[in-house]
Write a protein that binds this ligand. Sequence first.
Ligand code: TYD
Length: 134
Amino acid sequence: MSSDNIRIIDLPKIIDDRGNLSFFEGENQIPFQIKRCYWIYDVPGGETRGGHAYYNNKELIIALSGSFDVVVDNGIEKKTYSLNRSYYGLYIPNGLWRHLENFSTNSLALIVASEEYNESDYIRNYEQYIELKK
Ligand code: TYD
C-alpha cells in the first residue's frame, strides 16, 4: 500500500465579479482517473465520518461549502488538514486511515474517488490497519 504524496491540490480558480468558478477535468488536476463522486452533507454537530482506510481507492476531498477537518493517520503519526475553501482538494492516496470531523453547519464535503464503491476495498478495523502497516 502506498502512503506517500498526500497533499493539498490547489484547483484552478477563475475570479469573476459575477462569482468565482473552480473546476477539475480528466486527470489534469487530479492524479487518478475519476470513477465515482459522493458527497457528505447534513452532518449533525459533533459527528465524525469515514473512520477507515482503503486498499486501492484514492480520493480527493473538497469542502465545497463550510469547513471540516480531515485527520489522516499513517500508522505512525496523525495529521489534521482543515479544509475551508472550495478550491483546495486534499489528495489522499490508498493505504491511509482517515476520518472527517469538526463539520461546520451546512458544510458539504465532495469526495472524488478512483474506484467504484466496493466494500471489500475497505479496512474498517483499526487494529487490522496497524497490522497491515507493519
Ligand atoms: P461509508 O463509506 O461507510 O461512510 P463513512 O465512511 O463516511 O462512514 O458508507 C456509508 C454507507 O454508504 C455504506 O453502507 C456504503 C454506502 N455507500 C455506497 O453505497 N456508495 C458509496 O459510494 C459510498 C461512499 C458509500
